[in-house]
Each structure stands twice: as structure tokens, then as C-alpha cells.
Design a protein around this ligand. Structure first.
Ligand code: NDP
Length: 450
């Protein structure tokens, strides 16, 4: 049987675009469907605009710090519409680049939603299209807890990039990546931020020292974090939002402007895909795939957040490229989920690769040694600030292999990216010790820990 395309990709986010382009490079006839903007969550309402806002949020502290270096800087007013205009302008520019890249790769773009009619046929706009292989790369969307009365008064990270005004007071629900990053961004830009978390510490799943260090710094900087607290009800009044919460001290009410941010997790975008017309299986709300990103229908694949494996842009890209290399490039490539580094762009920034201390002890028992260093980076000495950097290495004492590296402090993401290569190639503590440091730098601490 002949098909219209060798590969049809549903969703032009990071994973979908990477796979489409790689498959087309191998000579496959490829099309991609996207009803929204090209680039998906990362480019349009995630990593990219968020990181630009992180940069913007650092200036007030830097103006202050510059005085220690002899500058007399009087910060002028901050203009939210100017920042948001610039951020969204950059997003527009990137959308254009994606369009050009797809055009150059000869990937045909359908600006429509695609739905399965059967396992090889899709309804795309008012056309019926067949494909030999289909990739589902539809990403995810924020979820708000529907059990909280008044939750409809909150926004999610999708809308925050389009607020016409900066919130003066904001309540953020959730202590995950998104909640913490926006707490720091908005605080840095001058908003009064209260973050409500159910646990003792933010960032569940991260190394405990990292969680404690970031949380303590955020609180020292002036963010109010209500721990062991759950939101009970949200009411909208003339003076803004009243968020009723229940914590260790009983019930209290926290006030916000018109805006509360629900950063309470994300879920795969599977509604209306027509998956019921295929044999594709869904488990825990995500598309079930094997190690080759293949669904229960062997010619239908899925990558990225819709499979809920590790929900990070570079992971989706790598999953897609492995798939294209294997299916269209004649190679057998499996995605490796070992030593995937990640960063949280809080202030201070955190980055991590490999096992946490708790995971290492659970797996290797007493054969684990933890190296830990906390220090004030040179940059903060002249401004007289007490900001501390934390670095941690987790080592298996039997093999000397470094199992995990964690850092909280300036440029953590930039530094841990390099350390991740070392861990990926099986570096031992002796290899770290034999590496000559770059002086003076914070990063050199990773090769001098005793
Ligand atoms: P997370 O799953 O990381 O965090 C959700 C938070 O919401 C948790 O603190 C959770 O609390 C809390 N929560 C969940 N339900 C409720 C509720 N009913 N009431 C109160 N609190 C609740 O989700 P995010 O939305 O922050 O991020 C989604 C994903 O996006 C991440 O997993 C990550 O993969 C990706 N991401 C990555 C970034 C990066 O790489 N820098 C940046 C942003 C997003 P509890 O812990 O108690 O369950």
C-alpha cells in the first residue's frame, strides 16, 4: 500500500520538529501538523521566554552589587510592558526561524490540528492524509487542581507571558520547577510573592541539600514560602484575590492582586487526538511507549512530554533524533536516560546530574561518600553579600565512580553541563582530582573537593 507520507508528525514542538527534520535529512517524505505556533511550549510559553525573564529579574541585585565595585547606579523604573514586548518579540523571531528551518528541510507544514481516523489515516483540517509512520509529539499542558473552589481565578504559566501589568502581589501555588522559577522571577522584578507548598521543602525529587539551600536563599531574599500548607479556597473580591490556606498554624488568608499562579503540574495533551481509533495505549494519562519510543501500534511513535518520561526539551529532541536515526537512518540508536542533567532557573540557580544523596544510599548503602562544599563566591565579597554556593559530589567508594553532582549558585547550569559529560563517560573521583582547576572560578571547587 502506498501512503501520502513516510512520516507524519503531530505537533511542531521541540521533539516533533527535531524528528521531522532528521527524518527528512535521510530522504523521508515528511509532513508536520501544528495548529498553534511553531516551537511548542519551550519556545512559546516555557524555557525561552522564562529564561529571558530570569535575566531581567537579576538586574536589581546586580545594580546593588555594582556599588561594591565602585559604580554609583540609581536604578530607574522597571517597565513590564517593555520587557514583555521584547520577550514576545524574541519568541516571534524564533517562530520565524523554525518556519525557515522546516522549509529548508522540505518538511511540509499543515497549520491544523490532526486527529486519527485510523492507525494510518489522519484528519488534518478538512483533508484526509495517510502515512506509513506517525509520530505523536503533542506535548503537555498545565493542570489546575479542580478540587480547590475558585481555582478558575488563577492563571497558569501559559498566561503569565501575556499579563498586561506586573502583579504587585502574587500568590503561587506549587513548589515545583515552574512555581519556584516564577516566584524568583517575579520577586526579582519587584512583586511581593507568597508561595504555597504542601511539603516542608520546594522541589520534590531533588537532592535534599539542594532543596534546603535554594529555599533558604529564596526566603532570605524576601519570598514568603508557606510550607506544609494547602490552598483551601480562592475568592475574587474588589481588592483582588483572597487565597484561604490551611497550614501548621491553622487557617489563614493570603492576599494577591487579580492574579494567582497555579503551578501545580502538567499533563499530556491527549484530548481529541482520536487515539481510540488506533491501538495506541495510554497509561496514567500518558502515551505508553517502549525504549524505541514505539507505541502499542508499532508504526506509531511518541516522544516528549506526551509520554511523561523525563519532561525536558533536550530529552524530547534526543528521543526524536534516536527514533529518526533508527527508523530512517539505518542505525540502531536508543535514547539513554542516564545522567540527564537539568537546571532550575531560580535565584540562586540550581543544576544537577545523576543520583541524589538519598538515591545513592538507597542503592549502594554504606559504599557511598558525599563531598560537600559551601563557600561565598569571590564576586560577592566586594558587594558585602552573604550569598553562598553549594556543590556536592556523590561517590561510590567501591568503584570510585561519581554517581551524582549537584550545585546551587551562579552559573550552576553552565557548570553542571560540563560535569555531566564527565559523569556520562564514567568519571571517577580520582579523575576529578587529577583535573587541574581554572583559577579563580567557582567551578574549580568541583575538582578540589576533599
Ligand atoms: P511539578 O510537578 O514539578 O510541580 C508541581 C507542584 O505543584 C509540586 O510542588 C506539587 O506539590 C504541587 N501541587 C500539585 N497538586 C497540588 C494541589 N492540588 N495543591 C497544591 N499544590 C499542588 O510541576 P511544574 O508545573 O512545576 O513543572 C512541570 C514540568 O515542567 C516539570 O516536571 C519539568 O519537567 C518541566 N519544567 C522544567 C523546567 C526546567 O528544566 N528548568 C522549568 C519548568 C518546567 P507536591 O510536591 O507536594 O506534590
Amino acid at each position: 500500500m502506498s501512503y501520502d507520507y513516510d512520516l507524519f508528525v503531530i505537533g511542531a514542538g521541540s521533539g516533533g520538529i527535531a524528528t521531522a527534520r532528521r527524518a527528512a535529512e535521510y530522504g523521508a517524505k515528511v509532513a508536520i501538523a501544528e495548529s498553534g505556533r511553531l516551537g511548542g511550549t519551550c519556545v512559546n510559553r516555557g524555557c525561552v521566554p522564562k529564561k529571558l525573564m530570569v535575566y531581567a529579574s537579576h538586574f536589581p541585585a546586580q545594580f546593588e552589587e555594582s556599588r561594591g565595585y565602585g559604580w554609583s547606579v540609581t536604578p530607574g523604573g522597571f517597565d513590564w510592558p517593555t520587557l514583555m514586548g521584547a520577550v514576545n518579540g524574541e519568541v516571534d523571531r524564533l517562530n520565524g526561524i523554525y518556519q525557515t528551518m522546516l522549509d529548508k528541510s522540505k518538511v511540509e507544514i499543515f497549520r491544523h490540528y490532526a486527529q486519527f481516523i485510523d492507525a494510518h489515516t489522519l484528519a488534518v483540517g478538512d483533508q484526509k492524509i495517510t502515512a506509513e509512520r506517525i509520530l505523536i509529539a503533542v506535548g503537555g499542558q498545565p493542570v489546575k487542581p479542580s478540587t480547590i473552589p475558585g481555582i478558575e481565578h488563577t492563571i497558569t504559566s501559559d498566561e503569565i507571558f501575556h499579563l498586561p501589568e506586573q502583579p504587585k502581589r502574587i500568590v503561587i501555588l506549587g513548589g515545583g520547577y515552574i512555581g519556584c522559577e516564577f516566584a524568583c522571577i517575579l520577586h526579582g522584578l519587584g512583586s511581593d510573592v507568597t508561595q504555597i507548598i504542601r511539603a516542608d521543602h520546594i522541589l520534590r525529587g531533588f537532592d535534599q541539600d539542594i532543596r534546603t539551600q535554594i529555599q533558604n536563599s529564596m526566603v532570605e531574599h524576601g519570598i514568603k514560602i508557606l510550607t506544609q500548607t494547602k490552598p483551601v479556597e480562592i475568592q475574587a473580591g474588589e481588592q483582588g484575590l483572597m487565597v484561604k490556606v490551611e497550614g501548621p498554624e491553622g487557617e489563614e488568608t493570603v492576599f494577591a492582586d487579580v492574579v494567582g499562579l497555579a503551578a501545580t503540574g502538567r499533563k499530556p495533551n491527549l484530548e481529541n487526538l482520536g487515539l481510540e481509533n488506533t491501538g495506541v495505549e495510554v497509561q496514567n494519562g500518558a502515551i505508553a511507549v517502549n525504549e524505541f519510543s514505539q507505541t502499542a501500534e508499532p508504526h506509531i511513535y511518541a516522544v516528549g512530554d506526551c509520554t511523561d518520561r523525563i519532561n525536558l526539551t533536550p530529552v524530547a529532541i534526543q528521543e526524536g533524533r534516536c527514533l529518526a536515526d533508527s527508523v530512517f537512518g539505518g542505525q540502531s540508536k536508543l535514547m539513554s536516560y542516564e545522567y540527564v542533567a537539568s537546571a532550575v532557573f531560580t535565584t540562586p540557580e540550581a543544576a544537577t546530574v545523576g543520583m541524589t544523596e538519598a538515591e545513592a544510599f538507597a542503592q549502594y548503602g554504606e559504599a557511598v561518600k558525599v563531598y560537600r562544599s559551601q563557600f561565598r563566591p569571590m564576586y560577592y565579597v566586594l558587594p558585602g553579600k552573604t550569598e553562598k554556593t553549594l556543590m556536592k559530589l556523590i561517590v561510590n567508594t567501591e568503584t570510585d565512580k561519581v554517581l551524582g553532582a549537584h550545585m546551587v549558585g551562579d552559573d550552576a547550569a553552565e557548570i553542571i553541563q560540563g560535569v555531566a559529560i564527565a559523569l556520562k563517560t564514567g568519571a571517577t573521583k580520582a579523575d576529578f582530582d587529577a583535573t587541574v582547576g581554572i583559577h579563580p572560578s567557582a567551578a574549580e571547587e568541583f575538582v578540589t573537593m576533599r
